[in-house]
Write a protein that binds this ligand. Sequence first.
Ligand code: UD1
Length: 387
Amino acid sequence: MGANPALAGPVLCVVGARPNFMKMAPLLAAFARAPELPRAVLVHTGQHYDASMSDRLFADLRLPAPDLNLEVGSGTHAVQTAEIMRRFEPIVDEFRPSAVLVVGDVNSTLACGLVAVKKHVPVVHVEAGLRSFDRAMPEEINRVLTDQISDLLYTTERSAAGNLAREGIPAERIVFAGNVMIDSLRANLARVVPPRETLARAGLDAQFVRAGRAFGVVTLHRPANVDRPETLRECLEILRAAAGKLPLVCALHPRTRGNVERFGLSALLETAAIAVLPPQGYLEMLGLMAQAAVVLTDSGGVQEETTALGVPCLTMRASTERPITVDEGTNTIVDRDRALTLRLVDEILAGGGKRGRAPELWDGHAAGRIAAHLGAWLAARGVKQGA
Ligand code: UD1
């Protein structure tokens, strides 16, 4: 492809929701060290807006303040996606970017990708090709559609290339780069906040995690688990039973906290063995997970982080889009199977949990590889450095 005069501007880098921030931080740092790249402009859609869901993570990750914040806030999927598109379009018109780079699988990822592709701006997707094969998950729709409209797809594990090939994505668009989320983890491990401090800051008894005493960490926010009273009750009953075996530190997402209250299920969390915390900062969360005996979660990123940390993870979902965490890492899919979950907690407490190994290219250098590749890719399209 020859030089395209329309492609002279910066790379617009999009974040929207919490799991995007730890992926974007190492990318921006690597881009700043890559003189061959046009300048990066950081756009925050405002999908997540609470201090605990956004500002705090920016500070922890040393992310620069966004150049632009679209302040879309919450809404139904249609409203949120449409509002992001409506507000992102004039940004693309104004900046005439060389590329729009999106990460992960949240509504902001798809919405901004869609605006870009319709304006013939190349879409770059970091963390492409993951598939849960469960189209009831909004993230799965976001993944499939974003990948279809992306010009360049950077993957975190080799299984992604097969998924993309089956969907007709040409192999030359796909680059196995490794896992930028693990870049963040490795870069920040030395800075984590010790669990005792995190609990004390939350006003909880620091003795909850006495030295040498095993504890578990819980995150729960998937609509399939928390949006219906029956499934949320099932999850909380499993947690309560697990808390009979080891104390649990539970960092509650606002969606989950709201539903626990709305469905009248708060009593299930009221036990001395469960510490309920607000959403935690990145360094607090890493500190908790690194020292946990087990992590119970329905998050995508936490499955990867526990694998990188070598901490057993029980995933309360029916499937995972990150199979390498099960095949090579520390992850086991337990869905809402109470007997299985409790048996595995017993095994882990007896010293038998999965330890796994670090997957290929989860080495802390994924963002550097992406910066180098993207610089060459844009240069081949006639984009000038420092645009
Ligand atoms: C979104 C992502 C999900 C990701 C998760 C991480 C989509 C479709 N989902 O889900 O993939 O795992 O982020 O957190 O993009 N809320 C607040 N404060 C905030 C943000 C949200 O209170 O700063 C509450 C609101 O009540 C909102 C609800 O949480 O309605 C859900 O927020 P939303 O961004 O729609 O989805 P998440 O569940 O956070």
